[in-house]
Design a protein around this ligand. Structure first.
Ligand SMILES: Cc1cc2nc3c(=O)[nH]c(=O)nc-3n(C[C@H](O)[C@H](O)[C@H](O)COP(=O)(O)O)c2cc1C
Length: 232
């Protein structure tokens, strides 16, 4: 089984998104899945120019020559696609959205329905509130829950208050957060083995680690500290 993961975080391996994505992918590999990861920061992929030549003039072929030529066949052939992104203004990051738009030649009229792909979202945000992920979830479902069954959105690993989680890891407070990473790994293993991710594991990834007020207070103090450090 082949999986492709695209991480849209500018922080790549060091980011909060990788903190959840990586154990998930490790779990998939442990269960025998062949996983390839790409970072939008390392790819040269321009925005779609919207000329629709990939549908009408040269069906399935994009006129732009960049890294999408290498990536498109991989996206087309994958059994599982994992989109990973921090929440940026209620959406995925700009470079990831550009890449997603450039899938149009893959989804050219008539070719839909060839393969039953499974799609997963991995996302992190700074806010405490899970509702931050609602627009991304809606977008993923709208794109990938296709009525003809050619692809299905199997679930999302969502980690709110991710900046707080990073601080907890740095401070060595692993007791609370270990369960989150373990659940991400188990979710990867389950997806590769059974083709599903249980609600229980997804809940563990998103689990409340501290009360809302306490998090916002801690976040304010952290930001004041960061401002002081940045000025010095
Ligand atoms: C430009 C920008 C926009 C952001 N917008 C949101 C937002 O709308 N809601 C939110 O909760 N966090 C927002 N954040 C915070 C990030 O989603 C959060 O820090 C995330 O975990 C960063 O992941 P990364 O380290 O993988 O890049 C934003 C951060 C940036 C830089």
């Amino acid at each position: 089984m082949k999986a492709i993961a695209i991480n849209g975080s500018p922080h790549m391996e060091e980011g909060n998104t990788a903190m959840i994505l990586n154990p998930f992918l490790e779990g998939m590999k442990e269960a025998g899945c062949d996983v390839e990861v790409f970072y939008t920061m390392k790819l040269k992929i321009g925005p779609c120019n919207g000329d629709m030549s990939c549908w009408f003039k040269n069906p399935g072929i994009c006129g732009q020559k960049d890294d999408m030529q290498m990536l498109a066949p991989k996206l087309k052939e994958a059994d599982i696609i994992i989109w990973a992104s921090p929440v940026y203004y209620s959406g995925v990051t700009g470079p990831l959205k550009n890449l997603m738009d450039r899938q149009l030649p893959i989804h050219v009229l008539g070719s839909i329905g060839e393969k039953k792909q499974k799609v997963v979202l991995v996302s992190t945000c700074g806010d405490w509130d899970m509702s931050m992920f609602d627009p991304l979830l809606m977008q993923m479902k709208a794109i990938y829950d296709r009525p003809d069954g050619s692809s299905s959105f199997v679930g999302a690993l969502l980690r709110p208050m991710a900046d707080g989680v990073k601080e907890m890891v740095k401070a060595g407070e692993t007791g609370l957060v270990d369960g989150v990473f373990r659940a991400a790994r188990d979710a990867g293993r389950q997806l590769a083995k059974d083709g599903i991710i249980s609600e229980e594991l997804l809940k563990q990834v998103s689990k409340v680690l501290m009360p809302r007020d306490a998090y916002y207070k801690a976040a304010q103090m952290m930001m004041a500290e960061m401002q002081k450090t940045a000025k010095n």
